[in-house]
Design a binder for this molecule. Structure first.
Ligand SMILES: Cc1cc2nc3c(=O)[nH]c(=O)nc-3n(C[C@H](O)[C@H](O)[C@H](O)COP(=O)(O)O)c2cc1C
Ligand SMILES: O=C(O)C(=O)c1ccccc1
Length: 387
Protein backbone atom coordinates (compact mmCIF):
# COMPACT_ATOMS: atom_id res chain seq x y z
CA UNK A 1 0.00 0.00 0.00
CA UNK A 2 1.04 3.60 -0.36
CA UNK A 3 1.62 5.52 2.81
CA UNK A 4 -1.12 8.10 2.31
CA UNK A 5 -3.90 5.72 1.31
CA UNK A 6 -3.98 4.76 5.01
CA UNK A 7 -6.12 7.83 5.63
CA UNK A 8 -8.95 6.02 3.85
CA UNK A 9 -8.84 3.19 6.42
CA UNK A 10 -8.56 5.68 9.24
CA UNK A 11 -11.70 7.48 8.15
CA UNK A 12 -13.73 4.27 7.78
CA UNK A 13 -12.50 2.89 11.09
CA UNK A 14 -13.43 6.07 12.91
CA UNK A 15 -16.89 5.60 11.49
CA UNK A 16 -17.21 2.44 13.57
CA UNK A 17 -16.99 4.72 16.60
CA UNK A 18 -19.56 7.05 15.04
CA UNK A 19 -16.96 9.63 14.20
CA UNK A 20 -17.18 11.39 10.86
CA UNK A 21 -14.43 13.34 9.09
CA UNK A 22 -14.39 17.00 10.19
CA UNK A 23 -15.73 18.11 6.80
CA UNK A 24 -16.12 16.79 3.29
CA UNK A 25 -13.40 14.65 1.72
CA UNK A 26 -14.45 15.97 -1.71
CA UNK A 27 -12.23 18.94 -2.53
CA UNK A 28 -14.54 20.01 -5.33
CA UNK A 29 -17.28 20.58 -2.73
CA UNK A 30 -15.06 22.30 -0.21
CA UNK A 31 -15.69 25.78 -1.53
CA UNK A 32 -19.45 25.49 -1.04
CA UNK A 33 -18.99 24.03 2.43
CA UNK A 34 -16.54 26.76 3.43
CA UNK A 35 -18.83 29.52 2.16
CA UNK A 36 -21.39 28.57 4.81
CA UNK A 37 -18.83 29.04 7.57
CA UNK A 38 -16.91 32.08 6.35
CA UNK A 39 -17.47 35.84 6.46
CA UNK A 40 -18.41 37.17 3.00
CA UNK A 41 -15.36 39.43 2.67
CA UNK A 42 -12.69 36.80 3.31
CA UNK A 43 -14.64 34.12 1.43
CA UNK A 44 -14.93 36.35 -1.64
CA UNK A 45 -11.25 37.19 -1.43
CA UNK A 46 -10.20 33.54 -1.42
CA UNK A 47 -12.77 32.16 -3.85
CA UNK A 48 -12.72 35.05 -6.29
CA UNK A 49 -10.83 35.43 -9.50
CA UNK A 50 -10.13 38.14 -12.02
CA UNK A 51 -13.00 39.68 -13.99
CA UNK A 52 -15.71 37.31 -15.05
CA UNK A 53 -13.98 34.25 -13.58
CA UNK A 54 -13.32 32.95 -17.09
CA UNK A 55 -9.75 31.83 -16.35
CA UNK A 56 -10.74 30.09 -13.12
CA UNK A 57 -13.23 28.07 -15.15
CA UNK A 58 -10.64 27.48 -17.88
CA UNK A 59 -8.31 26.01 -15.26
CA UNK A 60 -10.90 23.43 -14.23
CA UNK A 61 -12.09 22.77 -17.79
CA UNK A 62 -8.54 21.99 -18.85
CA UNK A 63 -8.37 19.22 -16.25
CA UNK A 64 -11.71 17.80 -17.37
CA UNK A 65 -10.49 17.49 -20.96
CA UNK A 66 -7.64 15.17 -20.03
CA UNK A 67 -8.54 11.62 -19.04
CA UNK A 68 -6.49 9.02 -17.24
CA UNK A 69 -6.05 5.72 -19.09
CA UNK A 70 -5.60 3.10 -16.32
CA UNK A 71 -3.36 0.05 -16.68
CA UNK A 72 -4.01 -3.34 -15.06
CA UNK A 73 -1.94 -6.11 -13.43
CA UNK A 74 0.95 -3.77 -12.74
CA UNK A 75 1.57 -4.83 -9.15
CA UNK A 76 1.00 -1.36 -7.83
CA UNK A 77 0.12 -2.62 -4.35
CA UNK A 78 3.28 -1.17 -2.90
CA UNK A 79 3.77 2.42 -3.89
CA UNK A 80 6.13 5.24 -3.12
CA UNK A 81 4.77 8.70 -3.87
CA UNK A 82 7.79 10.55 -2.48
CA UNK A 83 9.90 12.82 -4.69
CA UNK A 84 12.77 15.24 -4.34
CA UNK A 85 12.38 18.59 -6.05
CA UNK A 86 15.14 21.19 -5.99
CA UNK A 87 16.82 19.47 -3.07
CA UNK A 88 13.64 19.21 -0.99
CA UNK A 89 12.34 15.71 -0.36
CA UNK A 90 8.61 15.50 0.09
CA UNK A 91 6.13 12.68 0.79
CA UNK A 92 4.27 13.33 -2.47
CA UNK A 93 4.73 15.77 -5.36
CA UNK A 94 2.47 18.27 -3.61
CA UNK A 95 3.37 21.60 -1.98
CA UNK A 96 1.19 24.19 -0.28
CA UNK A 97 1.02 27.22 -2.58
CA UNK A 98 1.94 30.64 -1.21
CA UNK A 99 -1.24 32.27 0.02
CA UNK A 100 -1.06 35.66 1.67
CA UNK A 101 -3.16 37.13 4.49
CA UNK A 102 -4.29 33.79 5.90
CA UNK A 103 -5.45 35.34 9.17
CA UNK A 104 -8.51 36.66 7.33
CA UNK A 105 -9.87 33.10 7.37
CA UNK A 106 -8.58 31.90 10.77
CA UNK A 107 -6.80 33.74 13.59
CA UNK A 108 -3.90 31.25 13.58
CA UNK A 109 -3.39 31.85 9.84
CA UNK A 110 -0.02 30.73 8.49
CA UNK A 111 1.04 29.39 11.92
CA UNK A 112 -1.65 26.72 11.70
CA UNK A 113 -0.74 25.96 8.09
CA UNK A 114 2.92 25.67 9.06
CA UNK A 115 2.12 23.21 11.86
CA UNK A 116 -0.12 21.07 9.67
CA UNK A 117 2.43 21.04 6.85
CA UNK A 118 5.23 20.06 9.17
CA UNK A 119 3.19 17.24 10.75
CA UNK A 120 2.73 15.77 7.27
CA UNK A 121 6.21 16.62 5.96
CA UNK A 122 4.57 18.52 3.10
CA UNK A 123 6.52 21.64 2.04
CA UNK A 124 4.86 24.99 2.51
CA UNK A 125 5.67 28.05 0.45
CA UNK A 126 5.29 31.10 2.66
CA UNK A 127 3.98 34.29 1.04
CA UNK A 128 5.73 37.65 1.34
CA UNK A 129 2.26 38.91 2.31
CA UNK A 130 1.84 36.56 5.26
CA UNK A 131 -0.09 37.65 8.33
CA UNK A 132 2.71 36.44 10.62
CA UNK A 133 6.40 37.27 10.37
CA UNK A 134 8.41 34.70 8.45
CA UNK A 135 10.50 33.88 11.54
CA UNK A 136 7.37 33.05 13.57
CA UNK A 137 6.04 30.86 10.79
CA UNK A 138 9.41 29.09 10.58
CA UNK A 139 9.25 28.38 14.29
CA UNK A 140 5.75 26.90 13.94
CA UNK A 141 7.00 24.86 10.97
CA UNK A 142 9.91 23.43 13.02
CA UNK A 143 11.80 20.82 11.03
CA UNK A 144 9.29 20.91 8.17
CA UNK A 145 10.48 21.78 4.66
CA UNK A 146 9.75 25.38 3.69
CA UNK A 147 10.27 27.68 0.75
CA UNK A 148 9.79 31.45 0.63
CA UNK A 149 7.73 33.28 -1.99
CA UNK A 150 9.03 36.69 -2.92
CA UNK A 151 7.01 39.61 -4.12
CA UNK A 152 10.05 41.40 -5.47
CA UNK A 153 10.33 44.81 -3.77
CA UNK A 154 11.33 47.87 -5.78
CA UNK A 155 13.92 48.78 -3.16
CA UNK A 156 17.02 46.61 -3.21
CA UNK A 157 17.72 47.11 0.49
CA UNK A 158 14.28 45.74 1.43
CA UNK A 159 14.69 42.88 -1.01
CA UNK A 160 18.08 41.87 0.37
CA UNK A 161 16.80 42.13 3.92
CA UNK A 162 13.85 39.82 3.19
CA UNK A 163 16.14 37.31 1.47
CA UNK A 164 18.59 37.31 4.36
CA UNK A 165 15.80 36.84 6.88
CA UNK A 166 14.28 33.99 4.87
CA UNK A 167 17.62 32.25 4.54
CA UNK A 168 18.38 32.64 8.25
CA UNK A 169 14.94 31.22 9.12
CA UNK A 170 15.54 28.03 7.12
CA UNK A 171 13.58 28.64 3.92
CA UNK A 172 15.57 26.68 1.34
CA UNK A 173 14.18 27.76 -2.05
CA UNK A 174 12.99 31.11 -3.35
CA UNK A 175 9.79 31.35 -5.41
CA UNK A 176 9.62 34.68 -7.23
CA UNK A 177 6.08 35.55 -8.30
CA UNK A 178 6.00 37.55 -11.53
CA UNK A 179 2.31 37.74 -12.40
CA UNK A 180 1.06 39.99 -9.61
CA UNK A 181 2.88 43.30 -9.87
CA UNK A 182 -0.53 44.85 -9.35
CA UNK A 183 -3.84 43.24 -8.41
CA UNK A 184 -6.24 42.53 -11.26
CA UNK A 185 -9.80 43.83 -11.55
CA UNK A 186 -11.55 41.57 -9.05
CA UNK A 187 -15.27 42.35 -8.99
CA UNK A 188 -15.96 40.10 -6.05
CA UNK A 189 -13.65 42.16 -3.82
CA UNK A 190 -14.54 45.46 -5.44
CA UNK A 191 -18.26 44.91 -4.91
CA UNK A 192 -17.64 44.43 -1.20
CA UNK A 193 -14.88 47.07 -1.16
CA UNK A 194 -12.77 44.45 0.62
CA UNK A 195 -8.97 44.47 0.48
CA UNK A 196 -7.06 42.93 3.41
CA UNK A 197 -3.90 45.10 3.36
CA UNK A 198 -5.78 48.32 3.73
CA UNK A 199 -7.05 46.79 6.95
CA UNK A 200 -3.48 46.19 8.09
CA UNK A 201 -3.40 42.45 7.31
CA UNK A 202 -0.54 40.83 5.40
CA UNK A 203 2.04 43.37 6.46
CA UNK A 204 3.81 41.38 9.18
CA UNK A 205 6.99 40.87 7.16
CA UNK A 206 7.16 44.58 6.41
CA UNK A 207 6.51 45.82 9.91
CA UNK A 208 9.20 43.50 11.28
CA UNK A 209 11.77 44.43 8.64
CA UNK A 210 14.57 46.85 9.56
CA UNK A 211 15.16 48.00 5.96
CA UNK A 212 11.46 48.63 5.45
CA UNK A 213 11.11 50.49 8.75
CA UNK A 214 14.21 52.57 8.00
CA UNK A 215 12.39 54.14 5.05
CA UNK A 216 9.45 55.37 7.15
CA UNK A 217 9.22 58.81 8.72
CA UNK A 218 6.77 57.61 11.34
CA UNK A 219 6.53 54.12 12.80
CA UNK A 220 3.59 51.91 11.76
CA UNK A 221 2.17 52.42 15.26
CA UNK A 222 2.10 56.18 14.69
CA UNK A 223 0.87 56.12 11.10
CA UNK A 224 -0.33 52.72 9.90
CA UNK A 225 -1.84 54.14 6.71
CA UNK A 226 1.48 55.54 5.45
CA UNK A 227 3.29 52.32 6.32
CA UNK A 228 0.77 50.21 4.42
CA UNK A 229 1.00 52.55 1.42
CA UNK A 230 4.78 52.21 1.38
CA UNK A 231 4.49 48.41 1.47
CA UNK A 232 1.94 48.32 -1.36
CA UNK A 233 3.95 50.72 -3.52
CA UNK A 234 7.07 48.59 -3.07
CA UNK A 235 5.37 45.75 -4.95
CA UNK A 236 3.60 47.73 -7.61
CA UNK A 237 5.01 48.13 -11.10
CA UNK A 238 7.05 46.35 -13.72
CA UNK A 239 10.41 48.04 -13.62
CA UNK A 240 12.14 44.65 -13.41
CA UNK A 241 13.56 42.86 -16.40
CA UNK A 242 14.99 39.42 -17.13
CA UNK A 243 18.56 40.62 -16.67
CA UNK A 244 17.74 41.75 -13.12
CA UNK A 245 17.35 38.12 -12.10
CA UNK A 246 21.12 38.10 -11.63
CA UNK A 247 20.55 40.44 -8.68
CA UNK A 248 18.40 37.83 -6.96
CA UNK A 249 20.93 35.15 -7.80
CA UNK A 250 23.72 37.14 -6.18
CA UNK A 251 21.73 37.51 -2.94
CA UNK A 252 20.25 34.02 -2.68
CA UNK A 253 22.41 30.93 -2.73
CA UNK A 254 19.63 28.32 -2.94
CA UNK A 255 17.36 27.33 -5.83
CA UNK A 256 15.27 30.07 -7.48
CA UNK A 257 11.89 29.33 -9.05
CA UNK A 258 9.89 31.76 -11.21
CA UNK A 259 6.14 31.57 -10.56
CA UNK A 260 3.51 32.67 -13.05
CA UNK A 261 4.97 31.33 -16.30
CA UNK A 262 2.41 30.58 -19.04
CA UNK A 263 4.24 31.30 -22.30
CA UNK A 264 6.79 28.86 -23.67
CA UNK A 265 9.10 31.75 -24.62
CA UNK A 266 9.10 32.97 -21.02
CA UNK A 267 9.85 29.43 -19.86
CA UNK A 268 12.89 29.38 -22.16
CA UNK A 269 13.98 32.77 -20.87
CA UNK A 270 13.79 31.48 -17.32
CA UNK A 271 15.98 28.54 -18.27
CA UNK A 272 18.40 30.79 -20.19
CA UNK A 273 18.60 33.09 -17.16
CA UNK A 274 19.89 30.14 -15.15
CA UNK A 275 16.80 29.73 -13.00
CA UNK A 276 16.38 26.38 -11.27
CA UNK A 277 12.65 26.02 -11.72
CA UNK A 278 9.38 27.54 -12.85
CA UNK A 279 5.81 27.30 -11.66
CA UNK A 280 3.46 27.07 -14.61
CA UNK A 281 0.65 29.09 -13.04
CA UNK A 282 -1.93 31.77 -13.79
CA UNK A 283 -2.32 32.55 -10.09
CA UNK A 284 -5.46 30.47 -9.81
CA UNK A 285 -7.22 32.65 -12.38
CA UNK A 286 -6.88 35.73 -10.19
CA UNK A 287 -4.87 37.94 -12.52
CA UNK A 288 -5.58 37.85 -16.27
CA UNK A 289 -9.25 37.19 -16.93
CA UNK A 290 -9.50 35.42 -20.27
CA UNK A 291 -6.08 33.83 -19.90
CA UNK A 292 -5.62 30.28 -21.08
CA UNK A 293 -6.14 27.44 -18.60
CA UNK A 294 -2.83 26.73 -16.89
CA UNK A 295 -2.89 22.99 -17.66
CA UNK A 296 -3.30 23.76 -21.38
CA UNK A 297 0.19 25.24 -21.61
CA UNK A 298 1.90 22.69 -19.37
CA UNK A 299 2.74 20.05 -22.04
CA UNK A 300 4.48 22.48 -24.40
CA UNK A 301 6.40 24.15 -21.60
CA UNK A 302 7.49 20.83 -20.09
CA UNK A 303 8.62 19.66 -23.53
CA UNK A 304 10.60 22.86 -24.08
CA UNK A 305 12.43 23.23 -20.76
CA UNK A 306 11.71 20.14 -18.68
CA UNK A 307 15.23 18.84 -19.15
CA UNK A 308 16.79 22.12 -17.97
CA UNK A 309 14.64 23.32 -15.06
CA UNK A 310 12.20 21.79 -12.58
CA UNK A 311 8.70 22.40 -13.90
CA UNK A 312 6.12 22.85 -11.16
CA UNK A 313 2.46 23.50 -11.77
CA UNK A 314 -0.53 25.19 -10.14
CA UNK A 315 -3.99 26.62 -10.76
CA UNK A 316 -7.03 24.43 -10.40
CA UNK A 317 -5.56 21.34 -8.71
CA UNK A 318 -8.31 19.89 -6.53
CA UNK A 319 -8.21 16.07 -6.65
CA UNK A 320 -5.76 13.20 -6.78
CA UNK A 321 -6.66 12.77 -10.44
CA UNK A 322 -5.64 16.39 -11.08
CA UNK A 323 -2.23 15.79 -9.49
CA UNK A 324 -1.88 12.64 -11.61
CA UNK A 325 -2.74 14.52 -14.82
CA UNK A 326 -0.34 17.40 -14.14
CA UNK A 327 2.50 14.96 -13.49
CA UNK A 328 1.64 12.94 -16.60
CA UNK A 329 1.80 16.17 -18.61
CA UNK A 330 5.28 16.98 -17.38
CA UNK A 331 5.14 18.62 -13.94
CA UNK A 332 7.55 17.36 -11.32
CA UNK A 333 5.22 18.57 -8.55
CA UNK A 334 2.08 20.66 -8.06
CA UNK A 335 1.12 23.43 -5.69
CA UNK A 336 -2.35 23.42 -4.23
CA UNK A 337 -3.93 26.70 -3.19
CA UNK A 338 -7.54 27.34 -2.19
CA UNK A 339 -8.41 23.84 -0.87
CA UNK A 340 -6.08 24.04 2.11
CA UNK A 341 -7.22 27.59 2.85
CA UNK A 342 -10.80 26.32 3.07
CA UNK A 343 -9.48 23.61 5.39
CA UNK A 344 -7.89 26.34 7.50
CA UNK A 345 -11.13 28.31 7.56
CA UNK A 346 -13.16 25.27 8.60
CA UNK A 347 -10.85 23.77 11.19
CA UNK A 348 -7.56 25.61 11.73
CA UNK A 349 -4.52 23.35 11.85
CA UNK A 350 -6.65 20.17 11.96
CA UNK A 351 -8.64 21.45 8.99
CA UNK A 352 -5.51 21.96 6.90
CA UNK A 353 -4.36 18.48 7.88
CA UNK A 354 -7.65 16.92 6.83
CA UNK A 355 -7.76 18.76 3.49
CA UNK A 356 -4.16 17.87 2.65
CA UNK A 357 -4.37 14.26 3.87
CA UNK A 358 -7.47 13.79 1.72
CA UNK A 359 -5.57 14.99 -1.35
CA UNK A 360 -2.54 12.84 -0.54
CA UNK A 361 -4.69 9.73 -0.07
CA UNK A 362 -6.71 10.40 -3.20
CA UNK A 363 -3.53 10.83 -5.25
CA UNK A 364 -1.92 7.71 -3.79
CA UNK A 365 -5.01 5.59 -4.57
CA UNK A 366 -5.44 7.06 -8.07
CA UNK A 367 -1.80 6.35 -8.82
CA UNK A 368 -2.10 2.71 -7.77
CA UNK A 369 -5.48 2.03 -9.37
CA UNK A 370 -4.21 3.45 -12.65
CA UNK A 371 -1.31 1.00 -12.49
CA UNK A 372 1.57 3.21 -11.38
CA UNK A 373 3.88 2.65 -8.44
CA UNK A 374 5.55 6.03 -8.26
CA UNK A 375 5.31 9.48 -9.85
CA UNK A 376 8.13 8.59 -12.23
CA UNK A 377 5.90 5.97 -13.86
CA UNK A 378 3.63 8.74 -15.19
CA UNK A 379 4.03 10.22 -18.64
CA UNK A 380 2.15 11.24 -21.74
CA UNK A 381 1.08 7.62 -22.20
CA UNK A 382 -0.87 7.76 -18.90
CA UNK A 383 -3.46 10.28 -20.14
CA UNK A 384 -5.40 11.14 -23.25
CA UNK A 385 -7.20 14.25 -24.49
CA UNK A 386 -10.90 13.50 -24.73
CA UNK A 387 -13.21 15.09 -27.24
C1 LIG B 1 -6.38 34.08 -1.24
C2 LIG B 1 -5.19 33.86 -2.13
C3 LIG B 1 -4.01 34.53 -1.85
C4 LIG B 1 -2.89 34.32 -2.64
N1 LIG B 1 -1.72 34.94 -2.30
C5 LIG B 1 -0.61 34.70 -3.02
C6 LIG B 1 0.62 35.25 -2.64
O1 LIG B 1 0.72 35.97 -1.64
N2 LIG B 1 1.71 34.98 -3.40
C7 LIG B 1 1.64 34.18 -4.51
O2 LIG B 1 2.65 33.97 -5.19
N3 LIG B 1 0.47 33.62 -4.88
C8 LIG B 1 -0.64 33.85 -4.16
N4 LIG B 1 -1.81 33.25 -4.53
C9 LIG B 1 -1.83 32.32 -5.66
C10 LIG B 1 -1.49 30.88 -5.22
O3 LIG B 1 -0.14 30.77 -4.82
C11 LIG B 1 -1.71 29.86 -6.34
O4 LIG B 1 -1.02 30.26 -7.50
C12 LIG B 1 -3.17 29.64 -6.68
O5 LIG B 1 -4.01 29.75 -5.56
C13 LIG B 1 -3.31 28.27 -7.31
O6 LIG B 1 -4.59 28.03 -7.72
P1 LIG B 1 -5.69 27.18 -6.89
O7 LIG B 1 -6.13 28.06 -5.77
O8 LIG B 1 -6.72 26.96 -7.92
O9 LIG B 1 -5.03 25.91 -6.39
C14 LIG B 1 -2.96 33.45 -3.75
C15 LIG B 1 -4.14 32.77 -4.03
C16 LIG B 1 -5.25 32.96 -3.23
C17 LIG B 1 -6.50 32.16 -3.52
O1 LIG C 1 -4.54 37.87 -3.70
C1 LIG C 1 -3.63 37.38 -4.36
O2 LIG C 1 -3.83 36.65 -5.34
C2 LIG C 1 -2.27 37.64 -4.01
O3 LIG C 1 -1.41 37.14 -4.66
C3 LIG C 1 -1.89 38.48 -2.88
C4 LIG C 1 -1.08 39.55 -3.14
C5 LIG C 1 -0.67 40.34 -2.08
C6 LIG C 1 -1.11 40.05 -0.81
C7 LIG C 1 -1.92 38.96 -0.57
C8 LIG C 1 -2.30 38.16 -1.61
Amino acid sequence: MGLHAGYQNEVYLQGLGDQLPPFTTDATKLEAVAEEAMEPGPFGYVAGGAGSGDTMRANRDAFARWRIVPRMLCDATTRDTSVTVLGTSMPAPILLAPIGVQSIVHPDGELATARAASALGVPMVLSTASSYALEDVAEANGDGPRWFQLYWPNEDAVCVSLLERAKAAGYTALVVTLDTWTLAWRPRDLDQAYLPFLRGIGVANAFSDPAFLAGLEKSPAEDQGMAVLRWVSLFTGTDKSWDRLSFLRSHWDGPIVLKGIQHVVDARRAADAGMDGIVVSNHGGRQVDGAIGSLEVLPEIAAAVGDQVSVLFDSGVRTGADVFKALALGASAVLVGRPYVYGLALGGEAGVRHAVRSLLADFDLTLGLAGARCPDDLGLGSVRLSA
